[in-house]
Design a protein around this ligand. Structure first.
Ligand SMILES: [Zn+2]
Ligand SMILES: [Zn+2]
Length: 384
């Protein structure tokens, strides 16, 4: 087995501290693990939630939980990947044998979700070190780094024609958003509201379009996100800074409300808005990640008298080895847009700026890219 190596990574030393781009130690892949040299990594709102401490993951932490790159080394027991493979990297490496994995909900995998909270392997070790102490990757990924050692189930091969930048988005935003829509009770012809149109919300819109929704209403205060929402397939874009979102949704649905309302921000009052926006007998789905102690208040009478359902969706119910090939097939048939989701690209040294943009001017999906990688990035192909 090869030795550990020094890599550059963007780390958050502690909550509310500036990002530090520095040299850290990355262990060689162990049994069932893969070392991926990153070419592109996504900037997700969940990364911002770690910085503010709203998502209290252990620090110091290497942020980033979606990416794409090239396999450089595989650990013992990995038979479906080999060095040189082009791959995407995801963030819930389902173990395949816990109760939830066996019973068809791999997104709730006990081992993967525990590792996300502890930042450790199941045996308690860490893959990264800084100043001789443990350094934790965001949800067994940590893609804001030149390379990452990840469980092989987080890694899915991608075809040559899929550029790394687009492939990176499959790791979190696309699986979460499209999966939430495809696994919802949404039926062809239904009406949909999507509250919050960032990386995940835009993909809920895409999933709803793919599923055959007749009317998709997008709600977001950002003009850039509303414009993107229309490109992704929304029929109306509502600016909640200028008009009451619930009134607008009712006006556009003959005062009934929508069949399915999605919340993609993680704010309790917006989850309550989704519940209110669902028609009698309709469904509201919380997809955004709230802070751990947040509680949501909804009208209890509506549960019984209006037969409403309020439910959650974690990671879109996705399992990367199963769902990423399906999403790539949709992209190949031009049913799934990836390139138009991408806004800005930052070098690793500008990771702090990428976070600032995320927190203050969120729009579409931004990326960290690695032009210094010895493997030539092919993001110039992104018009493909
Ligand atoms: Zn994410
Ligand atoms: Zn499991």
């Amino acid at each position: 087995m090869s030795a550990s190596r020094l890599i550059r990574a963007a780390i958050l030393p502690d909550y509310d501290q500036p990002i530090e781009v520095t040299t850290v130690t990355l262990d060689a892949p162990q049994h069932g693990e893969v070392l991926v040299r990153l070419v592109a990594a996504g900037v997700c709102h969940s990364d911002g939630h770690v910085v503010t401490g709203h998502l209290p993951l252990p620090t110091p932490i290497v942020l980033g939980h979606e990416g794409a790159g090239v396999v450089e080394e595989v650990g013992i027991g990995v038979t479906h990947l080999r060095p040189g493979d082009r791959v995407m990297v995801s963030w819930i490496p389902a173990c395949g044998h816990c109760w939830w994995c066996v019973n068809g909900q791999p997104e709730l995998c006990e081992q993967a979700n525990t590792s996300a909270v502890t930042g450790e392997r199941p045996d308690g070790s860490t893959r990264l070190h800084w100043h001789g102490a443990p350094l934790y990757p965001f949800s067994s990924a940590g893609t804001w780094a030149e390379a990452a050692v990840v469980p092989a189930t987080s890694v899915v091969p991608i075809p040559d024609q899929l550029p790394y930048a687009e492939a990176a988005l499959l790791g979190c935003a696309v699986q979460t958003g499209v999966g939430a829509a495809l696994r919802s009770p949404l039926r062809p012809g239904d009406t949909v509201a999507v509250i919050g149109c960032g990386g995940v919300g835009l993909n809920i819109i895409q999933g709803s379009r793919i599923r055959g929704a007749s009317t998709i209403l997008a709600v977001d205060p950002s003009a850039e996100n509303r414009e993107l929402a229309l490109i992704m397939g929304a029929h109306h874009a509502i600016n909640p800074s200028q008009e009451d979102a619930l009134t607008a949704i009712l006006d556009l649905t003959a005062d009934r409300g929508v069949d399915v309302a999605f919340e993609a921000v993680g704010q309790p009052e917006l989850i309550a808005l989704a519940f209110a926006a669902a028609r009698r007998g309709g469904t509201a789905i919380a997809v955004g990640v709230p802070t751990p102690n947040a509680t949501v208040s909804v009208n209890a009478f509506a549960f019984a008298s209006q037969e409403k359902t309020l439910t959650g969706s974690w990671f879109g119910g996705s399992y990367a080895p199963r769902d990423v090939p399906r999403l790539i097939a949709l992209w190949e048939r031009q049913q799934l847009q990836l390139t138009s989701l991408i806004r800005r690209q930052y070098p690793l040294d500008a990771a702090g700026e990428a976070l600032y943009q995320l927190l203050h001017h969120p729009a579409g999906r931004n990326l960290i890219t690695f032009p210094s990688s010895p493997i030539p990035p092919d993001i110039s192909e992104k018009g493909a």
